[in-house]
Design a protein around this ligand. Sequence first.
Ligand code: PGA
Length: 252
Amino acid sequence: MRSKIVAGNWKMNNDCKQTKSLVKGIKKTIKKLSLENTRVLVAPTFVNLSAAAKRAIKSKIEVVAQNMHQASNGAFTGEISADMLKSIDIKTVIIGHSERRSIFGETDELLAKKVNTAIEKELEVIFCFGEQLEDRKSDNHFNVVKNQLEKGLFHLESIAWNHIVLAYEPVWAIGTGETASPEQAQEMHAFIRNLLEEKYNTSVADTTSILYGGSVKPSNAKEIFSKEDVDGGLIGGASLKAEDFVEIIKAI
Ligand code: PGA
């Protein structure tokens, strides 16, 4: 059975003190929830990973990274390697977030390299992808998503998919307050699962968690998560307030 996952992407928000207090707030409330087959992840900035992990001890919260570099080490000023993440016990990394793609110019080819390094290092990858508004308006969204998956992930052997979580995030819904309707999310998730079945097999299709991301909030989470092929969410803005994030976790 595939896991349900609610992941908070804190982006470039929260200093050290705020990070600790947010982890503490989430930890306190989720203690009372029975989270069977459900994982709760938070992704603070690199500098706050250790502080967050320390606060998350003895809780269901898993602390994950927002990004990593594809090389193992070397002259890459300002970058962070997979081994560095592993050395502080981080087990999961987000790769290919739309902000990495659009603001930092990360291409499908580069993302495939990052995925390879992460898999080689036995890190779990949350791989993000999704179409722009123009793609959806021109009815090209399925092609765009297929292309992103083919270039970023479909070179992997099926065994590597034990380490992959997918996050479909239509770019037009990220941070805009505009969400894909539950039907639009389900339609795309079913399309993706079908691609996995075609490219790999039923086992990969059935066991890969596919998260939805883009303006998920307490008021719409339940309806989105109720869809058969939506296995949880990658949450930006609404993960910055413990109460809202916990409401979203409850929705699953
Ligand atoms: P949002 O961000 O929930 O603020 O739209 C989602 C994301 O960027 O992963």
